[in-house]
Design a protein around this ligand. Structure first.
Ligand SMILES: Nc1ncnc2c1ncn2[C@@H]1O[C@H](COP(=O)(O)OP(=O)(O)OP(=O)(O)O)[C@@H](O)[C@H]1O
Ligand SMILES: [Mg+2]
Length: 632
């Protein structure tokens, strides 16, 4: 039973006022006439509570059945605490903080504070004698604090409480337990937490409601500070530096800052899922407009043509794809990359070649149902490299620009300008010449003049300078065309928007399940999130279908999205989601009953039920366009 309880242990923090709650085990004998027949109050030992073989103590952990459990104790408590001091760790699955409070009587508190005052007083006297100016200042402040506290205790305005705090960390493996313990220590920082070496059972005893272990790590705190130790005060979610997201269940505001960084968020990407019409796009639009107000530029890939009103209201550029439109973007555009370790900038031709091979491979698979052969893949890769070489584009950063700037009419000098890049037409021709006839033939419709020739030509304009750019691919009729356009747009966005600066920015992919259907496009999306983080680019992925993300690649992508928003779902989806994210049954049941915009917000280690709220003045562009809904 206990191990089951431990497995389910989540926000399971208990504060026991030992003076108030005294659980006594009274053994009654049949005949209760005689007073002596009633045994004195007795506390059972651990081995009486569990079968002895179920709890095994080791130097730095205990094992209960198949669970690993480590007890940590708070050794240093900062003097100034704020509300919900332990909240960040109590929201971690398998972490339980036990706070044991022993209130002092007025007399005890009085004596304790008076004692401290005497010590500080004599230190102050000595410091004054020695002329230690900095010490004097510190000690005077301390002395004044104790003086005030003593007055407050005597007037019964305040009291002292002896607090012991233990943290119990459970995990299915030893490694996971150690990892989680390190996370707890990192998060608590100034609160010194140490492993209870050779005292694991003693620590465990302290966490049980009816056993009392007098640990030596006792901290005298005021009543106000004791209250701050209790994480029960609020389970609400908020990031102080964030944009307004909506409301917690208690009605308090929930702010979200995807860029807040560790320890609250280890990644800046977000995943939104929920059944149809539950508020995915509404939330995305809201986050977009509010992020833009914080100076964050946003690019949206819009397969449903839903973001027209957003552009109309907030300004920006809407690029609507049509089957026979003139090319505006070149799939071969390339920008320098930066080596993470050395900081060296270089043109990643090998990476680009890999991306284009992935694209061709998914085109071949979608068009013919067959896989690209190893030989074709090798030729496709070589043709990319040769194409760049033919333009004298190498790893050297300067090689993507025309040498020495460019002189236009009347001697006007224009600084760095790009060389003409390879195009699909020249690439396909090269493939044909190299003998990759099947690839060359299948790629024909992607050349200029073909049904999907909109990426075959030199790029025009610099859309990426706008704060909001929406690529609307809803007019492309087949799922394949839309996926292809989404893919190419994303690779173009990667080169021209993401890599351009380290400024904070966002890329939104709505209806991302389209990209998850094929292994290669799915991989591209998860690569984008992984690589985008170093350019401060948050990727927001919204998808109705959650199942597309249960594949291996989907899992990789989801793991990168440190923030997740689970909106209303049908019964089976809610159950599957619950299993994957280890949600308690009660929460799983609630997912089915959520209102539009209401969901479980998981940000790093914290979770809460939060509703995304739109303001009245935002309604016009947040609500879905009825025309776009009808056109689906
Ligand atoms: N947070 C919210 N507050 C109020 N109304 C909302 C909220 N979220 C959604 N709605 C209402 O629900 C409608 C559908 O929402 P939305 O377009 O975001 O659904 P969706 O999940 O993106 O659906 P689909 O899968 O069809 O794209 C909105 O037009 C709006 O009227
Ligand atoms: Mg939508």
């Amino acid at each position: 039973m206990i191990s089951k309880w431990l497995k389910n242990a989540r926000v399971n923090t208990r504060v026991f006022l030992m003076e108030v709650i005294t659980i006594k085990f009274i053994l009654f004998k049949k005949d209760k006439k005689d007073k002596e027949d009633i045994a004195p109050a007795r506390v059972p030992t651990l081995s009486q509570l569990f079968a002895p073989d179920r709890v095994k103590e080791y130097e730095d952990h205990i094992r209960i059945d198949d669970m690993y459990c480590r007890l940590l104790v708070v050794e240093i408590l900062p003097e100034l605490l704020c509300f919900g001091w332990f909240n960040a760790v109590t929201s971690m699955a398998g972490v339980t903080v036990s706070v044991t409070l022993y209130p002092y009587t007025q007399k005890e508190a009085n004596n304790q504070v008076a004692r401290n005052m005497t010590v500080v007083g004599s230190d102050l006297h000595l410091a004054r004698k020695r002329g230690e100016t900095t010490e004097i200042g510190k000690l005077e402040t301390k002395y004044a604090f104790y003086y005030q506290l003593l007055t407050d205790i005597n007037l019964r305005r305040n009291n002292l409480v002896a607090a012991t705090v233990t943290v119990q960390v459970t995990a299915p493996t030893y490694e996971q337990m150690v990892h989680k313990c390190n996370q707890v220590k990192d998060i608590l920082g100034a609160t010194g937490v140490i492993t209870m070496y050779d005292r694991q059972l003693e620590g465990f005893t302290n966490t049980l409601p009816f056993l009392r272990a007098d640990l030596k790590e006792v901290h005298d705190v005021t009543v106000a500070n004791a209250a701050c130790l209790s994480p029960l005060l609020s389970s609400d979610f908020t990031h102080p530096s964030g944009i307004y997201f909506g409301k917690n269940e208690t009605g308090s505001p929930a702010l979200l800052d995807l860029f807040i960084g560790p320890p609250r968020l280890f990644g800046m990407h977000m995943f939104i899922t929920g059944a149809t019409r539950t508020g995915k796009s509404y939330t995305v639009k809201g986050i977009t407009s509010r992020s833009m107000a914080h100076g964050i530029s946003v690019v949206i890939i819009d397969p449903e043509g839903e973001y027209r009103k957003l552009v109309k209201s907030l300004g920006g550029v809407l690029v609507k794809f049509k089957p026979n439109m003139e090319p505006m973007f070149n799939i071969f555009d390339i920008e320098p990359d930066e080596d993470e370790e050395t900081g060296r900038r270089y043109v990643d031709i090998a990476g680009k070649s890999e991306d284009i091979c992935q694209l061709i491979s998914s085109i071949i698979e979608a068009q013919t149902g067959e896989k690209i052969t190893a030989e074709e893949r090798a030729l496709a890769g070589k043709a990319v490299r040769d194409e760049y070489l033919s333009k004298e584009i190498t790893e050297d950063e300067e090689s993507i620009y025309l040498p020495g700037g460019r002189v236009v009419e009347e001697g006007v000098y224009v600084g760095q300008s790009y060389k003409e890049m390879p195009t699909i037409t020249s690439y396909v021709k090269r493939l044909g010449n190299m003998g990759a006839t099947r690839l060359a033939n299948i790629m024909q419709p992607f050349c200029r003049g073909g049904g999907m020739g909109f990426f075959d030509g030199q790029s025009i304009g610099s859309f990426y300078d706008n704060n909001l750019v929406v690529f609307d691919v809803s007019s492309l009729k087949t799922e394949f065309q839309r996926t292809y356009a989404m893919y190419v747009m994303l690779s173009w966005v990667w080169e021209k928007f993401v890599k351009k600066s380290k400024k904070r920015k966002m890329v939104v992919v709505d209806e991302a399940w389209l990209m998850m259907r094929h292994k290669d496009t799915a991989k591209f999306l998860s690569d984008l999130t992984r690589r985008g983080a170093k350019y401060n680019t948050s990727t927001m992925v919204a998808s109705q279908s959650f199942r597309e993300f249960t594949t291996e690649e989907g899992q990789v992508l989801m793991a990168q999205c440190d923030t997740k928003f689970f909106l209303k779902m049908q019964h089976n989806d809610a159950r599957e989601l619950g299993e994957i994210f280890k949600l308690p049954q009660g929460v799983i049941n609630r997912i089915e009953t959520f209102q539009p915009g209401q969901g479980i917000l998981r940000a790093g280690l914290e979770s809460a039920i939060v509703s995304f709220k739109g303001f009245h003045f935002e309604e016009y562009f947040l609500k879905s366009d009825p025309e776009a809904v009808l056109a689906r």
